[in-house]
Each structure stands twice: as structure tokens, then as C-alpha cells.
Design a protein around this ligand. Structure first.
Ligand code: FRU
Length: 450
């Protein structure tokens, strides 16, 4: 892997393979020449890079979008015997200042794509119209597209019989967080508390800036979808966030899954500083894939995200070895850097003060994850993560309010440059990138104010 990567695009499962396409600059380490890069995995964890899937065209940058398996060949772009995998992306023209939706199809399981001859398929002559996510509505028997009118802070909903002619049905928004462009929407159905017969619709909307921590962020709405319009069923005067950290953006879910799971991958960065992060030989990474569900909470239904169960296949079976204290529930993960850990800890808090764990710690650097009994918050403090990198927006503490608790279980996935925290069985995720000094900072230790 080299060069620049941002949003995940066209996440799709097909014939034993998971595909991750992504916003990619094939020619450089900074954003530009936007094309769809491509990686394939059998388990969503071990990825192999493939050649660029959809390259930029003349005055056509390939912006974010999705992919579907058109198994009935509704588009006519394949055959009944060999149905097409269809990518729906935003064609961005710098010269004409237009964003429109175009399609490309693959007849060889995503290896190569052909751009449709009569592109674009949806053009409103708008400058900020992007990030189509398409799914098959099995109840109504048609395709549905959610796509943003970014600067109007609206998700437009379209339907189509064939992925080529699209009919506008409704707009959703503006609502809740509106401090920036709305981007990368997704509309999915999630089970409630593990009950697959009881599902609710959820609209996911990324926005930049205006996220919970000021930069990029992703909010969600639980509601009803009747095939044409989405109506929130709860009060969203106050936004709800899928992540309380600063580095989970533009996340969308896989299509055509082999099981009933909804799995989201996000871009693990923020537009606030993505261009200023260390860059060698690549910049940009994805979150661990997360299974999404809903749970009943005191505010109605809340989103829950947890690392996919396949993560277990990365456990080495050896408990963390350099620790003088035995940290139960901590597993080394098979990985490239040797820093990867999967930690599960239960904190039984004192009446006052903070307690938790330091990870990626050396003599002076450490990243803290814990619970603050005074404020009732789970926190991830990366202010002391790196001695050498002084980007001011990286120096803060990200927090999620969980209230007074007798016991808090927190799961933490640590990689060389990222910490992903899942608190309260996944009701609160906090994701941040960190830049400690490699081999010098790979320790862990526990801490408590008392
Ligand atoms: C989100 C985003 C999308 C756009 C893409 C361009 O991070 O701004 O709205 O399609 O990135 O790379």
C-alpha cells in the first residue's frame, strides 16, 4: 500500500470475497487524482491490494459511492448468466463545477470496470451533489439511492428499476448536526437487541466540519422508511453520534452480505488534519470493521457498534507478554507492526477519580483509556500520545458520557497508530489515531487515582 486513501467506497461481498474500494490518489501521498482503489479480503481483516478499479477520467474525478450486485441483471449491463457488479459513484468535474452520479460495471468479480456509455445517470446540474449509496428494496422490488445535496444538508432519496433511470422521491434534512456539508449517507435496517424479526431503519449521515469534536463526524437517525421517504421516529433536536472520537468518518456498510449482519467501515481520519499527518509511504487507514445493531436505551433506540467477530481469528493465544501485571482479557493480535492488541477490561470505579489503562506507552509517551467517576465519562486521552507530533487538534481528550456506573467494561483495539474504544457493550465508540515513537512506546500499564 502506498499513497493517499480516504473514504471507503463500494463495500460489497461477492462469491466468498469482501471488496473494499476506496478514495485513492494513485499518483501521490496527498488528496488528488481521485480514483477508486481496490482491496479484497476473505474475512474483512486481511486485505490484498488490487490495481486501481475506477481511474479518474478527463475532467472527471471519481468521488465516493457504493456498489451493488445486480443479480437479476436489471441494468442489462451483464447477462442473466453473468450478472454485473455495478459501482455507482459521483463524477466530479472541476472545470464545470458539477457533481453528478455515474455508474460503471464489472463482469469479472470487481477486477475490472467499464464506465457506462451514457453517463451520468443522475445529473441535476448541481455543484454539491454526491456520495450515492444504493440498495435493493426487496419489499418494493426496486433500487433505492440515498445521495447528499451536501451544502443544503439534505439526503435526497431516489428509486430506480434498473440503476440507470432514477426518480426523485423525497429529501430528508436538514436536522440535528448541520455545522458542515452532509456527506456519505447510508440507509440500513438494523435488528433491535439481537432480535432479527424486530428491525428498525437507520439513516447514517457524515458531516464535515461540525462533528461532535469539531472536525469530521458521523450522526445517525432511527426512523421509518416507506420506500419513498425517511421519517425519524425519535427526537433528534440533539444529534446522536456513531462515534465520540475524531477519527471515524464517511463510514458506510457492506452490501450483499452472506449473512444478516450490517458491517460498517469508516475512514480513520478527519479532514481537520488528514493532510498534515505523517505520510510514509502511505496516508489514511480504515477502522476495524464494526457490526452495527440497535439497543433499547433510555433515549429510545441507540446504535451499537462492535468489532466483527472475525477479530478473534487474529488472537495469538498468548497473553500480553511484557507486562509485569497480568492483564486478563488482553490478547496480542497477529499483525504487521507487532503493536496490535485486543484488550477487554472491566473497571470497578472508586467513588472519585479516574482509572483505566495506558497503551502505546514508553518513557514519556502514553495514550490513556479509562472511566472518570466524577464526570461519569469514558475517555480516550491522546494528548500525551506523541512527543514528536504537535498538531494541536490531536492533543485533546475525547469523551462519552455514560453516567454513574458500578462496573464498566471497555474493549480496546490498539494498532500502531490507532486506538479504537468500545464502551458499554458497544453503545459508545471512541476512535482516534495516534503517532507514538514506534518501538519505544509499546507498553501497557494500569492506572487509578486512588
Ligand atoms: C468525504 C468526501 C466525499 C467525497 C470524497 C472526495 O470524505 O468529501 O463527500 O465524495 O470525500 O474524496
Amino acid at each position: 500500500m502506498k499513497n493517499w486513501m480516504n473514504d471507503p467506497n463500494g463495500l460489497i461481498y461477492l462469491d466468498g470475497e469482501y471488496h473494499l474500494f476506496y478514495q485513492h490518489n494513485p499518483f501521490g501521498i496527498s488528496w488528488g487524482h481521485m480514483s477508486w482503489g481496490h482491496a479484497i479480503s476473505k474475512d474483512m481483516l486481511r486485505w490484498k491490494e488490487f490495481p486501481v478499479a475506477i481511474p479518474e477520467g478527463e475532467d472527471e474525478a471519481i468521488f465516493s459511492g457504493s456498489a451493488v450486485y445486480d443479480k437479476d441483471n436489471t441494468s442489462g449491463l451483464g447477462t442473466a448468466k453473468n450478472p454485473p457488479l455495478v459501482a455507482i459513484y459521483t463524477a466530479h468535474s472541476d472545470a464545470r463545477k458539477i457533481q453528478a452520479q455515474s455508474i460503471a460495471f464489472s463482469l469479472d468479480k470487481g477486477r475490472t470496470f467499464t464506465k457506462y456509455a451514457n453517463n451520468p445517470v443522475l445529473d441535476l446540474n448541481l455543484q454539491h451533489f454526491r456520495d450515492p449509496k444504493v440498495f435493493w428494496d426487496s419489499e418494493r422490488g426496486n433500487w433505492v439511492m440515498v445521495v447528499v445535496k451536501a451544502n443544503e444538508k439534505k439526503v435526497a432519496i431516489y428509486t430506480s428499476p434498473n440503476l440507470i433511470s432514477w426518480e426523485h422521491q423525497s429529501d430528508f434534512g436538514p436536522l440535528a448536526a448541520q455545522g458542515g456539508d452532509w456527506e456519505c449517507p447510508d440507509l440500513i435496517q438494523l435488528p433491535v437487541d439481537g432480535d432479527k424479526t424486530k428491525k428498525s431503519w437507520v439513516m447514517i449521515v457524515s458531516l464535515n466540519p461540525g462533528g461532535i469534536e469539531g472536525g469530521s463526524g458521523t450522526q445517525y437517525f432511527v426512523g421509518d422508511f416507506d420506500g419513498k421517504s425517511f421519517k425519524p421516529s425519535q427526537d433528534y433536536a440533539k444529534p446522536q453520534w456513531i462515534d465520540y472520537g475524531k477519527d471515524n468518518y464517511a463510514g458506510v456498510t457492506f452490501s450483499n452480505m452472506p449473512d444478516s449482519r450490517n458491517v460498517l467501515i469508516g475512514w480513520m481520519s478527519s479532514w481537520q488534519y488528514a493532510g498534515n499527518l505523517p505520510k510514509s509511504p502511505w496516508t489514511g487507514a480504515m477502522t476495524i470493521p464494526r457490526e452495527l445493531t440497535l439497543t433499547k436505551s433510555k433515549n429510545g433506540l441507540s446504535l451499537v457498534s462492535n468489532p466483527i467477530k472475525e477479530v478473534k481469528s487474529l488472537h495469538t493465544g498468548k497473553p500480553y507478554k511484557e507486562s509485569s501485571i497480568k492483564v486478563k482479557g488482553t490478547q496480542n493480535l497477529k499483525g504487521i507492526s507487532g503493536h496490535e492488541l485486543d484488550i477487554t477490561m472491566t473497571i470497578v470505579p472508586n467513588k472519585t477519580g479516574k482509572s483505566g489503562i495506558n497503551v502505546l506507552s514508553g518513557k514519556k509517551e502514553f495514550t490513556q483509556i479509562g472511566y472518570d467517576a466524577n464526570s461519569g465519562e469514558i475517555f480516550l486521552n491522546r494528548g500525551t500520545s506523541s512527543l514528536s507530533l504537535a498538531i494541536v487538534e490531536l492533543l485533546g481528550v475525547q469523551k462519552a458520557f455514560v453516567g454513574k456506573q458500578k462496573e464498566i467494561t471497555i474493549r480496546i483495539i490498539v494498532d500502531r497508530s490507532s486506538v479504537e474504544v468500545f464502551g458499554m457493550k458497544g453503545e459508545f465508540a471512541i476512535t482516534d489515531v495516534v503517532f507514538p515513537d514506534g518501538k519505544k512506546s509499546e507498553g501497557i500499564s494500569l492506572f487509578s487515582d486512588d
